[in-house]
Unconditional design. Sequence first.
Length: 247
Amino acid sequence: MKNVQIEECYISIIIPAYNEEKRLLRTLNKICAYFSQQDFICEIIVVDDGSTDNTSQVIRNFALSNNHVVVLTNEQNSGKGYSVRKGMLSAKGKYVFFTDADLSTPIEEIEKCLPYLTHDYDVVIGSRSMPESNILIHQPWYREKMGKIFNVIVNAVLLKGIVDTQCGFKGFRREIVEKVFSRCSIDGFSFDVEVLYLSRKFNFKIKEIPIRWENSALSKVNPIKDSLQMFKDLFRIKIKDLKGYYR
């Protein structure tokens, strides 16, 4: 992989990480191995969200021998939305993606996204719920059910026509990132909805594509607490827009 030069960076990958010492090294090795075979320059930005385990040390040790890896640290646990936003706004790539620390969506799926971003679309989002999606390991039935209910409400309240707002694999043209993410304020797991809502509000073209995905048993989502907060956040987004917050 080539060394990152800010003016030449083609792709930025943002990885939010909270207590990911068991999974992160494997993820970083996979991403770096993939990009080492490409002919473009990339950067990998890991945002440590105030981890209390050895995540921070794992990232920093890895970055010592990989100068295309950038480490950002939150002083305290601030949420996935906050961490993704921080990483996205610091990215230098022409195209900017965020993905989960467990790499539930293989990094190779980026090859499906780039043709859309380099031509007609501003935002490309992975979907686990399209007929062509390839789900290798499913979530527990109750989480799949809750996810479907959540997306029904999202479609009714905020975003019509998007099948899966919550898949943690999304890509953006660099010029879109500043306008959208600088206006976001949802720090929790429903930040994806706010990002997509603003992208549509500003008339950016969104493409949803089927991806390969496998569930990780070490999910950080609390099915009760986090789900309730996510439902509340949907209405917060609507109210903020009605009050002109997103101008």
